[in-house]
Design a binder for this molecule. Sequence first.
Ligand SMILES: OC[C@H]1NNC[C@@H](O)[C@@H]1O
Ligand SMILES: [Ca+2]
Length: 449
Amino acid sequence: MSRPSFRFPDGFHWGAATSAYQIEGSPLADGAGPSIWQRFAHTPGMMANGDTGDVACDHYRRYREDVQLMKALGLHGYRFSINWARVLPEGTGRVNPKGLDFYSRLVDELLEHGIAPNATLFHWDLPAALDDRGGWLNRDIAHWFAEYAEVMFKALDDRVPRWSTLNEPWVVTDGGYLHGALAPGHRSKYEAPLAAHNLMRASGAGIQAYRAHGRHEIGVVFNIEPKYPHSDRAEDVAATRRAHAYMNQQFADPALLGSYPPELKEIFGDAWPDFPADDFKLTKQKVDFVGINYYTRAVVKHDPNQYPLQATPVRQPNRTYTETGWEVFEQGLTDTLTWFKQRYGDIPLYITENGSAFYDPPVVENGVLDDPLRTSYLRKHLGALHKAIAAGVNLKGYYAWSLLDNLEWSLGFSKRFGLYHVDFATQQRTPKATAKLYAQVIASNGSVL
Ligand SMILES: OC[C@H]1NNC[C@@H](O)[C@@H]1O
Ligand SMILES: [Ca+2]
């Protein structure tokens, strides 16, 4: 029987992704203002092992070396984020030329090596000065964000072909405002909806600014985790519907449909405001693409004690789980893409993040660190993409999370997602076997799978 051909469509875009606070280090160098992650990481008890982004992968200084690593993989593109507070130390007003210059130099280095820059304006590291003014709870942030976006478009749009406004707004509100596990560490059922809504208002304002200044593509990046009912009992099906609305529709609906699913009022009750109808004229903008970050699925059951969803995930027997507690479930990636197209239409899609954290025994042979579980994860999920494309999904590209082992937020450096291993004591980068496979996938446009 001939091997199935996994060849991807001609022109399929292969990349890798990172984010500023997770890899750059030097958070306050060259006039940068502090971000809320700079503050959160230096708040005792917030970070595993007391890890911070003070050094991380030292990418702010080693970016040329890291572009060489991207080149070695044959990447078509590199998805990175811009630390807003490097460029605008107070979040608005004064521009810090040295902060802007870092990103200009990074973009030039990428272009010099034939790698397309893909810039995310906000990947969680809000300028602390704006948090002091209410941050995502202040409706003015839509204007603050549009002002920042305009600075970046004017400076870099001639060289950056693809922009995203936000990365994973759901994580910002669920982690930063409801449960408090992430910056800015708030725990309020009343704040989370306000932050969520203002994130999408800001994203819309950023897209509007792009339409006035940009000549390439702009979109928004959502984390999507498909939800499957634990049983066909009505209460489990209803719990699954709530969990799905809360994570997978709460941000895409206002952005792409100009409305919220009714489940959110059901979930938040008196904490869900009646947002002004005019707001949806701002949240809903034409996007050139949507980025989807996929890691895993959730099997959901009703749980009256769980707040605020009354839903809880059920661990699956006899399945492989990653170090972050995520089930390896590649069918969920195919299901996510077909669902997204069915609900929101035929918008060009990218997988802007996909990857896995596993513990790899530090066994390096011929300069390569073996990581069989991560390699298996990659193979399975690229196969799932191929199924989605065969089902008619308009998938334009894939960015592996992540180029480098990096700071997994409050979990610190303990969770390693990188194609390249990083020894944080020496800053030595070492390719994993998955990096070697990925390079072959890129060179053969998937045929080696
Ligand atoms: O948890 C893995 C990744 N998920 N999406 C956002 C990134 O910043 C995370 O490291
Ligand atoms: Ca605060």
